[in-house]
Structures are given as structure tokens and as C-alpha cells.
Design a binder for this molecule. Structure first.
Ligand code: GLN
Length: 379
């Protein structure tokens, strides 16, 4: 077979989670909670099954869920998305991202991404015959240099992919970034794919600058969100995409022949659960406590922390401790200290190793404490 993705291996998340299990390490690598979701949510999903929501959902998603998504989006960002034509429920954020890329990218179209970048963007672009134009963000702030972005733009630029709160750097876009982005795309036929799966995981009272807040950006944006992060159920694989009708119409042409529709009982249960706004309004505080607790603990180790403004990730530098590549260091940390994390070099297309690793703190306090104790003793 001629590989369509010759330079792609197994994702780092699969690799590290498997290694963590194999060597019995505390798994702070792949981003997922190690605590249970609300029993009430499980009951609602159970009830939906017992009530007979067991056949295909409508292609765009269960209408009650789309209506709740529309309400939440309007409440939080002041934007109206029509549940009938502008909201589609997807099998997780990753599927929404893939489908959006598939919808707009033609062969030889250029797509701008910012690295380190979540690892599913580039393969999807390449599968569509698109060309990845990546810009590297520099630690410790990982701010976007918009002057450099302007140099990357050409008449072939079809799409810009942004991600805030950002995986893996835990940075967030500022209002100035929004202004720069608006000026950049104005009068150009460039679409935006905004990966906002960590929209509710934002700290210290900061504002999440959703594309939905800015009509001049929303009119050309696919916005991707995730119930995995919102309800602590990454394994349920349910997310959604928001886009203006002219884009969503094309998105659904792809979606209907790839996924058709998503698990109906879960959507029905989730719709009822989402009706209570406290479910999402409490999330920043819930995760900020975890961030602070974990960071306090890590200060007792020799790792050097970078700020975490959003997402459930914490970056740490180890270059002053070892010359190893971040992959070697991660493997040794997993095997010898018994704490699995993610090397950030895997999020770059060029060889870039800043000796920085990523931990996920969406864990029980006890798990975080155990991990810190192991890291304190690691030499
Ligand atoms: N988003 C999660 C992370 O960055 C993992 C998602 C996945 O494994 N596909 O850890």
C-alpha cells in the first residue's frame, strides 16, 4: 500500500497511555479525568435508553441538544446560532476538526497552523492534499507573532486554525490577537477553524475570546467544542461544531457520509443535563483549584513551571536537569519515576525540542499528590 500519511506513526497519546499502563505509572500524559462524571448525567443517559432513544439521531444531532447548545452560546458569547442550520453534533472534537478541514481544503490549498499544535490538524490537512504552513510559537509566552503570520499568508491561504485555550501550551488568545486576526482576514477569502474545546477551562478570571463573540470572525469560522471536557466524559466522544449556515451546509455534506449521526441516547441525556448552567459555570473554579494544587506540589520538585492560563495542562522545563531529548526524558520519567507525561516536541513539524514536557492535571487530588511525591524523589 502507498501510505497517504507516510510520516505519521501512532499518536503520542495512545503511546504514552499504553506505556503508563504497562509500567504502572501515574498517567498524567493523555488529557482525560481520572474521576467519575456526575451520576445524574449517567442516570439521564440511562433513562434516555430506557425511554427508547435507541435509533438514529437526526443527522445534525438531537434537536433538544442543539437547542441547549444554542442557549449556552448565546448566554456566554452573545451569539445566535440556529439549531436547525448552524449547529451539528459530532463524534467528539477531533471529528469536528477533521470534518471542517475536509469541508474547506482543496488540493494545494494552504492552511496556517501554530506550533506546538494539537496533533490531528496537520494529518487531516495533508489527507485533503492541502499544504501545512506552520508558525512556531516561542516559549515561555507562546504568543502569536502576527507580523510573521502576515508573511505566511498567500493567495492560496484557505484556512487558519487557532486554538484557545491552547493545547499543549496552556496559553490563551488576548483581545489584541482577535484584533490582529480580524485585520488579517478582512477582505480575504480565508476561513477560520477555531478549536475551543477547552473554552470553560480558563483561569484567573480571564475572558475566553470565542470566535462567536466577534461577528466579523464568526461569519467565516467553524467553532469546535467538546462535551468530553465539559462533562468529564472524554470516552463518550461527543462534541459539536458551530458555523454560519452557508458553511454548516457544506460541513454536513461531509458529516452525513462519514458519521451520519451521533449516539442518540447520550445526546438526549446530555441535553437535559446541559439545561443547568451551573454545570459549565463552575468549571473554571473546579479546574483552577486543581491547577493551583498541582503547581504548588510541583514547586517542591526541581522542574521549572510555565504559567497555565487555560486548558488542563501544565508545562514544565527540565533542561537544567538533563540534556536528554524531551522524548527520552519523558520515557525515563515514566519508567523510573512512575509518572507519565507528554514531550512537547511531538507537536512540531520541524525538529524543535525546548526540553519542555506537558502534564495533565484533570485528576483527583490524591493522584496529583502521589505524582508530586514521585517527582520529588526522582533524580
Ligand atoms: N486532547 C487530549 C490531549 O491532548 C487527547 C486527545 C486524544 O487522545 N486524541 O491529551
Amino acid at each position: 500500500i502507498t501510505s497517504k500519511l507516510p510520516s505519521v506513526g501512532t499518536t503520542i497519546f495512545t503511546t504514552m497511555s499504553a506505556l503508563a499502563t504497562e509500567v504502572d505509572a501515574i498517567n498524567l500524559s493523555q488529557g482525560f479525568p481520572d474521576y467519575e462524571c456526575s451520576p445524574e448525567l449517567i442516570e439521564l443517559v440511562n433513562k434516555a435508553m430506557l425511554d427508547g432513544h435507541n435509533q438514529y439521531a437526526p443527522m445534525g444531532g438531537v434537536m433538544q441538544l442543539r437547542e441547549q447548545i444554542a442557549l449556552k452560546t448565546e448566554k456566554l458569547y452573545g451569539a445566535k446560532y440556529d439549531p436547525a442550520t448552524e449547529i451539528t453534533v459530532t463524534a467528539g472534537g477531533t471529528q469536528a476538526i477533521f470534518t471542517a478541514i475536509c469541508t474547506v481544503v482543496h488540493p494545494n490549498d494552504e492552511v496556517i497552523i501554530f506550533e506546538p499544535a494539537f496533533d490531528c490538524y496537520a494529518p487531516a490537512i495533508k489527507l485533503m492534499g492541502g499544504v501545512v504552513k506552520s508558525m512556531e510559537l516561542q516559549p515561555p509566552d507562546y504568543r502569536i507573532d502576527w507580523g510573521m503570520v502576515r508573511k505566511l499568508v498567500s493567495n492560496r491561504t484557505k484556512l487558519i486554525i487557532i486554538n484557545s485555550p491552547h493545547n499543549p501550551t496552556a496559553t490563551i488568545l488576548q483581545k489584541e490577537d482577535i484584533d490582529e486576526l480580524s485585520a488579517l482576514v478582512k477582505d480575504r477569502d480565508i476561513f477560520i477553524l477555531s478549536d475551543e474545546v477547552y473554552e470553560h477551562l480558563i483561569y484567573d478570571g480571564a475572558t475566553h475570546h470565542s470566535m462567536a463573540r466577534y461577528p466579523q470572525l464568526a461569519e467565516r469560522s467553524f467553532i469546535v467544542a467538546s462535551f468530553g471536557k465539559l462533562f468529564h466524559v472524554t470516552g463518550w466522544k461527543v462534541g459539536y461544531c458551530l458555523a454560519p449556515a452557508y458553511l454548516m451546509n457544506e460541513f454536513r455534506k461531509v458529516h452525513q457520509y462519514n458519521v451520519f449521526s451521533v449516539n442518540s441516547a447520550m445526546q438526549t441525556g446530555m441535553a437535559q443535563y446541559l439545561a443547568d448552567e451551573n454545570v459549565y459555570l463552575g468549571l473554571p473554579f473546579f479546574f483552577q483549584q486543581k491547577r493551583d494544587h498541582f503547581a504548588e506540589g510541583l514547586k517542591q520538585t526541581s522542574l521549572e513551571l510555565l504559567p497555565s492560563h487555560g486548558s488542563y495542562f501544565q508545562l514544565a522545563k527540565y533542561g537544567h536537569l538533563s540534556d536528554e531529548s524531551d522524548i527520552d526524558f519523558t520515557l525515563r520519567l515514566t519508567r523510573e519515576a512512575g509518572v507519565a507525561c507528554i514531550p512537547t516536541s511531538v507537536f512540531y513539524s520541524r525538529c524543535t525540542d525546548h526540553r519542555i514536557i506537558r502534564f495533565c492535571f484533570a485528576k483527583k487530588q490524591e493522584t496529583l499528590d502521589n505524582a508530586v511525591n514521585r517527582l520529588i524523589n526522582f533524580k
